[in-house]
Write a protein that binds this ligand. Sequence first.
Ligand code: ME8
Length: 642
Amino acid sequence: MKKFYITTPIYYVNSEPHIGSAYTTIVGDIIARFKRLIGYEVLYLTGTDEHGQKILQSAKEKGKDPQELCDELSGKFKQLWKDLNITNDYFIRTTDPEHMETVQFFVQKMLENGDIYKGTYKGWYCVPCETYWNEDETHRNEVGEHFCPSCGRPLNFLEEENYFFRLSKYTEPLLKHFKENPDFVEPEFRKNEMLKILESGLKDLSITRTTFNWGIPMPGDPKHVIYVWVDALINYISAISYGRDEEKFNKWWPADVHLIGKEINRFHSIIWPAMLMSVGLPLPKKIFAHGWLTVNGQKISKSLGNAIDPREFVKKYGNDVIRYYLTRDIVFGKDGDFSEENLVQRLNSDLANDYGNLLHRTVAMVAKNFDSVIPEPNELTESDKVLISNFKYLLNKYLEYMNSYKLTNALEEIWHYIGEINKYFDENKPWVLAKEGNKERLATILYNTLEAILRVATLLLPFMPDSSKEVFNRLSYDLEPIKVFETEWYLLKSGNKVFHGKPLFTKIDLSKFEKIAVKKEEPSKKEQASVEGVKLINFDDFKKIDLRVAEILEAERIEKSEKLIKLIIDLGELGRRQIVAGIAKYYSPNELIGKKIIVVANLKPAKLMGVESQGMLLAAKINDKLTLLTIDTDIEPGAKIS
Ligand code: ME8
């Protein structure tokens, strides 16, 4: 039997599961169910990431023992996956003793292979992301504080004796692997981001910490604990008994796909493969980094109170509706917004109107005209043949899309076909045939419509297992679903009963629609400041900023500063101003004079190295490149930007 091994990230247990973690796990479940449906033996792995400074801090804040916190939260994840109908085959916890042993075994191998050495780490660390950042990767504010380029929160400066992994050694082997396996990382644009990192050369990675002990001890030097990401990544092989059960490990490794969110792509597409190369194991076949969900346009964040609880949505709308909405409305791979209004729209139009109602009215006609017994179809006309051949087309497209994780396209294609079934039904006017007493033709139309619905329900099994099974029940269908992939039309058995239950999906009256209250706890000042860099603003906020064109009249370096330049600028009607900018590494004073730039003209004055700055210029920065924003046609200084 063909096998398929799929994983999700293992989630941190510092907070409750939210719609973001549910999203990845639901998508993983859809893929796992699809593979089972087409005959694969599947191993679907998820779990929780329980070590590291972030979990320890969270336990301290809650006044709990870290293990107690992990047990409690890990239990909540497990329960939620049950409630969401997730068919994971195993749930790994990084505090499982087997996992901890495997991590030490793996790191010991890296040591033996000469890939680990002792050194001193000096640099920045983001606890929420558990990530090290180089100075030039960090974001800085006006007063020189450092922020995480990924989550926007403040960074801590670390100086510790650490063990290092010779990640740099794997730059070339990884580049080669990327070249030889063009589908290794998907989507393509995410692969290109990784290639850029590789092409600029990798730096060695600190892989132990000494300032706390909530982690797995380093073999032979237990005052160091292993970096939480090294610990976490190894879950993908410790779950399949690496180093403990060779047969099991060889059966499942390499994984077919690691499904992850885009923000942890570097760990999965660069660090993890390099670790595997270090111990001589094959690399996973694919890393798929999907986009990020926002909620009503805002980043999901506990502190903003919009980390919505998937349980409430499931209670109100049911599992299938959530699963459908998440994969249909949010294009898989891209960023997308979770909005309850859109969910209700999808429920009302796609599910209740197009799909549920089609089943309902067809079954109602079978009940009325054939005493609820599926009739024998008769000779096919052109319109029947088109319906059948369109299904064949759908099936091919479906397989192509599902096998390449284009889940949204697969659903679009299915709904296109549902549209065709509705059209077939309406154009053949079965109610007229019933009135005329043309039972022969009526039988064929009703049979074909039900057969098409049955086939659609089968293709929808991975996405909406409950409602597909309900369709099977109503049509007395009890064959293996796989038959849909193998058998020509006529799976439904004439003579079997149909059942006319309540609507498959219940519409929601939009005029009386009450949204699930999103918790509106006020974030603390500190939390608010920490998410400022990533929070969305409205137009009124934007209008508060007075942006103007300014001409640089004078420029000179500030003594004793490598970065700062003092500028005198002409702001037209606002007069002349002095501003200080951190651009000395990128521009010499001479090349600045005469440039027309953009400045924030209503910023409170601030002192930098003792020199007053009465505004701020705008520049674009990426890695170690910076360019001033200028204008492309001539316009007077002082011109307002709106
Ligand atoms: O990063 N939209 O755990 P984590 C979409 N423990 N997906 C989201 C999301 C959002 N807004 N928010 C979270 C970790 N996710 C590490 C992983 S793996 C060896 C270690 C999903 O709890 C998405 O899959 O922060 C993302 O990558 C993951 O949750 C991060 O979960």
